[in-house]
Write a protein that binds this ligand. Structure first.
Ligand SMILES: Cc1cc2nc3c(=O)[nH]c(=O)nc-3n(C[C@H](O)[C@H](O)[C@H](O)COP(=O)(O)OP(=O)(O)OC[C@H]3O[C@@H](n4cnc5c(N)ncnc54)[C@H](O)[C@@H]3O)c2cc1C
Ligand code: FES
Length: 372
């Protein structure tokens, strides 16, 4: 039985421009210059950007992982994470698929400015939302909106590998016109006996007909479409509200959450402050002094906030992207003091041992001096 476990990281590649053997790979955490080779309009507000490494390094990643782009916009370098929507079986030309976020800096800049031939800096693949390491053969992919990207990479990988997997891919969208990758998913379903793709649309929009479910994903719909969902490893990605709804219905169905995995694209998740009714009032909270060693700036902050959000409120410029402790963009040396850091894989133990911390998921437990 072929599972994602067969996706071992290849050691040697052929440079497709010269067809000579080539050994260079783009590794996690490493910064490279990427060259945009194509842009495809997927839906009215979603585009795919295809890149290659300017030095023709091969990209070695697991399906579901993301890269962190650092475009320079208005003279400022701004980092944002984007999941690789292409398959790791195609290591030379890889893609991200980006939805315009109203008012969003980077997504709109990419849509409006990035063209084939342009270059930008990015840091290498990271993230633990991947089926590699979960040797399941029955999978359920649940996505909504741009959350389709990691699951598309997983599905493309399975298809390229002719993997003997049983995959149900249930994607929710506003209307049929908003379904990203609709045609390709339909083609893959025809090519891959183990793949079943189901689209759920809230409404028809401009479409005159739609043969698949209309509405929102709920337990009756899930049970009807995927009666054996209890036997499947579930991977979910989408807006926060969607993922909360999925978790609630699976809880109601007493699903075994050891077989549930999710990733959020939502920066609001970690930027959110504790709820007022749950948090002690400000005067009951312990306050700490934070000193930024380079600028000499000092500010006070309560112990229930992240250092990143307090530093930003105090006017410090701190590079950050995911706000979830996964991308590593906000990694900073803690020169004095202690924090309670609750990360999600964005920092290695050896970096922690060297005194580095992720400010987006660190709350102070003493006064701090940080290298900013
Ligand atoms: C692991 C990971 C993978 C991701 N993968 C993808 C992917 O495959 N595809 C994809 O499309 N996205 C993905 N994202 C999301 C992506 O990283 C960006 O968050 C997204 O593109 C929005 O970035 P932006 O710069 O356009 O918006 P931002 O400028 O960060 O703004 C985001 C929102 O906040 C609002 N906002 C900004 N500043 C303020 C302010 N001062 N006050 C109030 N509101 C404000 C904006 O109006 C907007 O609604 C991923 C995120 C993560 C963490
Ligand atoms: S911003 Fe991504 S780890 Fe902190």
């Amino acid at each position: 039985m072929t599972t994602y476990e067969k996706l071992t990281r290849p050691q040697r590649f052929t440079d497709p421009t010269t067809w000579t053997a080539y050994g260079s790979q783009w590794h996690s955490g490493e910064q490279k210059t990427l060259s945009c080779c194509a842009v495809h309009q997927e839906t009215h507000d979603v585009k795919t950007f295809v890149f290659q490494c300017a030095d023709f390094s091969a990209l070695s990643f697991e399906p579901g992982q993301f890269i962190t782009l650092s475009p320079v916009i208005g003279g400022q370098t701004i980092a944002r994470c984007y999941t690789l929507s292409s398959s790791p079986t195609r290591p030379f030309a890889f893609s991200i698929t980006v939805k315009r976020v109203p008012g969003g800096v980077v997504s709109n800049w990419l849509h409006d400015h990035l063209e084939p031939g342009d270059t930008l800096r990015a840091s290498g693949p990271a993230g633990s939302f991947t089926p590699v390491g979960h040797p399941a053969t029955k999978l359920l992919y649940l996505s909504a909106g741009s959350g389709v990207t990691p699951l598309m990479s997983m599905t493309r990988a399975a298809c390229d590998m002719a993997a003997n997997l049983d995959i149900v891919f249930l994607h929710s969208a506003r209307t049929p016109a908003d379904i990203i990758f609709h045609d390709e998913l339909t083609r893959m379903q025809a090519d891959m006996p183990g793949l079943r793709v189901i689209g759920i649309c809230e409404g028809l929009g401009a479409a005159s007909q739609w043969r698949q479910p209309i509405g929102r994903l709920d337990l009756p719909l899930l049970s009807q479409q995927v009666p054996d969902y209890h036997e499947r490893e579930i991977f979910t990605c989408g807006p926060q509200g969607y993922m909360e709804a999925v978790k609630a219905l699976l809880r109601e169905a007493a699903f075994d959450f050891r077989h549930y995995h999710q990733e959020s694209f939502d920066i609001a998740v970690l930027n959110e402050e504790p709820l007022i009714e749950q948090a002690p009032s400000l005067d009951q909270q312990q306050m700490f002094t934070v000193t930024l060693s380079r600028s000499g700036k000092t500010f006070s902050m309560p112990g229930n906030q992240t250092v990143l959000s307090a530093a930003k409120k105090a006017g410090a410029i701190v590079p950050s992207s995911c706000s979830q402790g996964i991308c590593g963009t906000c990694k900073t040396a803690l020169l004095e003091g202690t924090v309670d850091m609750n990360h999600n894989g964005g920092i290695r133990q050896r970096e922690i041992d060297k005194g580095l911390r992720l400010l987006c998921c660190s709350k102070p437990t003493s006064n701090l001096i940080i290298d900013l």
